[in-house]
Design a protein around this ligand. Structure first.
Ligand SMILES: *[C@@H]1O[C@H](CO)[C@@H](O)[C@H](O)[C@H]1NC(C)=O
Ligand SMILES: *[C@@H]1O[C@H](CO)[C@@H](O)[C@H](O)[C@H]1NC(C)=O
Ligand SMILES: *[C@@H]1O[C@H](CO)[C@@H](O)[C@H](O)[C@H]1NC(C)=O
Length: 818
């Protein structure tokens, strides 16, 4: 996870190579003329060549990998993948669905309490202050049940799909509103269902009197379809209907359309209890900008205003589905939902066996919710990234592409992140390997000809509208941990790899090779078999310790003075993992994997590792570089020139002051980075270093807390230090679940191998597992959410929420599935 609030890794910009031209020779006239003529031609040629060279360097970054894509262009189509066509692939909204196609028709839900002062709910926003929301059950494919706790009431949002026809089948939604006890009398609530096109397709509203009863439509992939809005059942009886038919300049404007179209309305007196008129806000008119662009949306909104409790349904029916056994609503819908629910609970029980492991039903429900939010957080995005290389004076558009991926956080990071996804897939692959193969395929298809994959995927205007513009551009020199190899290792370890997996590996092989080489060549270090993250902050005046966003561990302390002399132990361990997995893939495919095998042997050789990275004084592994521990942030003293107006002096800045000159040395920061050889299980079970690291982990004055392993030792000089005035500590103390998962998994691994530290590893494993489980469960019960990180002093969830990306790996910890 890399916070986009922070600056993206600076490029190490160097000027483009200059092209040299020879001076023309001068002797005899005739020759001079001839030579002048010739040199004109050559000069022009050289000029043209240098222009061509500049151009070809500039387009290199957006030239895609030449091998055939892993995900063939029509493989997500309703013809080839009908059961996956529709889905809750819009994790950024509380409830909505779309298809896995470039310009999908989208559907969604909004609501607003008419009685309170609360805002219109649509996209997941932390500022909405909801008590909780998330999927209680979601199988990633066919159904989902979500609970949303708003002020004074709860909404259940459920969907279920039904296959049939040639266009991805039907689906039905059910929204159930329940007042909190004691109910606030007469609380009026409006729910808005919308359907919108995205540049293609057509929608037609149909009225029953003044009420919108259904919408018919067509689109390229869906063919003809109907969306029905049956009359809801509401306890209060009074129901008012409003609707709006309009166009808007893109999907990211839908909230604004609804908000600006609301006007005072009065409910029909006839339906109300006692016949009282009630005032409320209803959608009325919206004036779209005069000339909608090519991405303009046709938008139809159905608003239903009613009293709690209520139940409303929305029924989507595909025109090509002829043998429909009946409408999927009412009792039929209940039955279908129950069927899926029972099926998922049974599969979950068999797969993870949590009862047998001593968990109570409430804890099992917690685990089901964690898994369901990971699956329900999978999105389908389409668009292009903005990227830049040192040969591009300006950012350029990456080729347009789809991305099927899970997201770290539906509110704060509703988009794909390369290194997060490798962790997500550990859980997803366990549940449904097919979903994991599909995500892997999409990610690797984003690779350019050099082997680079942009690490944060901000695709399309809807995604871009959530990210400040200065964070959008991705630099092609910047890596991100190749965690997809973690997922691949797990997928390869399963006893029989499905044909889908083998087919994936064959198609993916050329890309995996290029990806590996890209890391091996562009992120190499100063010594053989050493590695260095590129793209560290260059501005040493601004930061207490320049960040390394590319490593994923943003502000984890590294060398104080970034230089080419650095070597990074975490990246070296990632490369060891990548080499091992590549060697295994070669084995499986019958390819020559000796290069990878050699690299793996060198990178996992413990004595070479110790020579490059063991820092005896720290008692742990460490980075190496130009470094001093003696840096502080100090307020710059304003310098007033004689006679200068004090008001013209710029406000004081907090800048870094170096108290002692840096020198080449190991970096004395004990924390996650120091543990990497253990985390990725590269240490021999009899390595004395393993024993040393186990003691560091278990030491409460260093890394151990009752809630998990903290990211940076309490004894480290950088522990919980701000990096600038505005950058609070991020990877300098708080507890992160992805790395704790790796610690737990590694401890389990070493507790299974014979050796002098086997028992110690086992006892720390048992303690840490319980600590993590107990704290994440407690925080979930208290706050309603899984969190981005956990406070190392109190265990409290902090950072953004919900964070059901890698924090959901707690399911695997509960099940002891590593
Ligand atoms: C999918 O596309 C490939 C080529 O891209 C084509 O050969 C194949 O027939 C298509 N399949 C379907 C079902 O459209
Ligand atoms: C990685 O790079 C090193 C040094 O440049 C080279 O010796 C090694 O063969 C490379 N590994 C692979 C698998 O290509
Ligand atoms: C370390 O950094 C300092 C300050 O930038 C520089 O003067 C010095 O030459 C560097 N040392 C080495 C060995 O690169």
């Amino acid at each position: 996870m890399t916070r986009d609030r922070r600056r993206h890794g600076g490029s190490e910009a160097r000027p483009p190579p200059s092209s040299r031209r020879a001076a023309p020779p001068q002797r005899e006239w005739s020759r001079v003329v001839l030579v002048a003529l010739l040199s004109c031609i050559i000069g022009f040629g050289a000029f043209a060549y240098s222009g061509y060279r500049k151009w070809s360097l500039a387009v290199r970054v957006v030239t895609m990998h030449p091998s055939p894509p892993i995900i063939s262009p029509n493989s997500s189509s309703p013809a080839l993948s009908p059961h996956m066509f529709w889905g809750s692939y819009r994790p950024q909204v509380y409830f909505g669905m779309k298809t896995r196609s470039p310009r999908s028709v989208v559907t969604g839900l909004m609501w607003v309490s008419q009685s309170g002062s609360s805002s219109l709910r649509h996209t997941c926003e932390q500022s909405d202050g909801l008590a909780r929301y998330g999927w209680l059950l979601h199988d990633g494919v066919s159904f989902g049940i979500q609970e949303i706790g708003d002020k004074g009431f709860t909404l259940m949002t459920e969907f279920v799909k039904r296959p049939g026809g040639q266009h991805g089948g039907d689906w039905s939604w059910r929204i159930t509103g329940t007042p909190e006890a004691p109910p606030s009398p007469g609380q009026l609530l409006s729910i808005f269902f919308y359907v919108a096109t995205d540049g293609q397709g057509m929608l037609t509203p149909h009225l029953d009197g003044r009420r919108l009863s259904h919408v018919t439509g067509t689109s390229e992939e869906l063919g003809a379809f109907t969306i029905n809005f049956p009359r809801p059942e509401a306890g209060g009886g009074a129901i008012s209907y409003n609707h709006l038919v309009t166009t808007c300049p893109g999907l990211h404007h839908i909230t604004e359309v609804v908000r600006t179209s609301l006007r005072d309305r009065f409910s029909h007196p006839s339906g109300g209890p006692g016949g009282n008129k009630r005032r409320y806000f209803g959608v009325d008119v919206y004036n779209p900008p005069p000339q909608p662009g090519s991405d303009h949306s046709q938008l139809i909104i159905q608003q239903v205003t009613l009293q709690l409790p209520f139940q409303a349904e929305v029924i989507f029916e595909s025109g090509s589905f002829w043998e429909r056994p009946g409408t999927l609503s009412g009792a039929a819908l209940t039955t279908e939902l129950e069927k899926h629910k029972t099926h998922m609970e049974e599969k979950f029980r068999q797969m993870f066996q949590l009862e047998k492991k001593g968990f109570i039903p409430e804890q099992i429900a917690f685990a089901q919710a964690a898994l369901s939010n990971m699956l329900g957080g999978i999105g389908y995005f389409y668009g292009s990234s903005l990227v830049q290389s040192r040969y591009n004076p300006e950012p350029v558009a990456y080729p347009v592409a789809p991305l099927y991926t899970a997201v770290p956080s539906r509110s704060f990071f509703p988009r794909g992140f390369l290194w997060d996804e490798g962790f997500h897939l550990l859980l997803i692959a366990q549940w449904n390997p097919s979903l994991a193969w599909q995500s892997l395929g999409h990610w690797l298809d984003l690779m350019n000809a050099d082997g680079w994959i942009p690490r944060e995927q901000i695709l399309g205007p809807e995604a871009r509208s959530k990210v400040p513009s200065e964070f959008v551009v991705q630099w092609d020199e910047n890596a991100n941990p190749p965690t997809l190899f973690l997922a691949l290792r797990q997928l390869l370890a399963s006893k029989d790899i499905a044909p889908e997996g083998l087919q994936f590996l064959r198609r993916a092989f050329p890309r995996l090779q290029t990806w590996y080489n890209w890391f091996n060549e562009t992120q190499n270090g100063p010594l053989p078999y050493s590695y260095r993250w590129r793209g560290r902050d260059r501005d040493t005046l601004r930061f207490l310790n320049p960040k390394t966003l590319t490593s994923g561990l943003d502000d984890y302390p590294r060398a104080s003075h970034p230089s080419d002399d650095e070597r990074h132990v975490d990246l070296r361990c990632w490369m060891a993992l990548a080499s091992e997995v590549m060697a295994n893939i070669c084995n499986l495919l019958g390819e020559d994997g000796s290069r990878y095998k050699e690299s793996y042997l060198a990178l996992s050789d413990n004595s070479l590792l110790d020579r490059l990275h063991w820092f005896e004084r720290l008692g742990a592994y460490a980075d190496y570089g130009n470094h001093t521990q003696n840096t502080v942030l100090e307020w710059e003293k304003p310098r007033l020139a004689p006679g200068q107006d004090p008001r013209s002096v710029p406000p004081p800045r907090l800048i870094r002051v170096v108290k002692k000159a840096p020198k080449l040395q190991f970096i004395g920061a004990l924390g996650y980075v120091s543990l990497f050889p253990l985390l990725l299980q590269l240490l021999q079970p009899d390595s004395p270093k393993l024993g040393r690291l186990l003691e560091q982990i278990r030491d409460p004055d260093k890394l151990w807390t009752p809630y998990g392993i903290r990211s940076l030792s309490k004894s480290s000089p950088m522990y919980m230090k701000h990096n600038t005035e505005h950058d609070p500590p991020y990877w300098r103390g708080p507890i992160w679940v992805n790395v704790n998962f790796l610690v737990v998994r590694a401890l389990h691994h070493y507790s299974q191998l014979e050796g002098p530290y086997q028992e110690r590893a086992g006892s720390i494993y048992r303690e840490l597992r319980i600590n993590l489980l107990a704290n994440l469960y407690r925080q979930y019960k208290e706050s309603g959410f899984l969190w981005e990180q956990y406070n190392d002093q109190t265990g409290r969830g902090q950072g953004c929420h919900p964070f059901t990306g890698w924090s959901a790996l707690i399911v695997l910890v509960m099940a002891e599935e590593y």
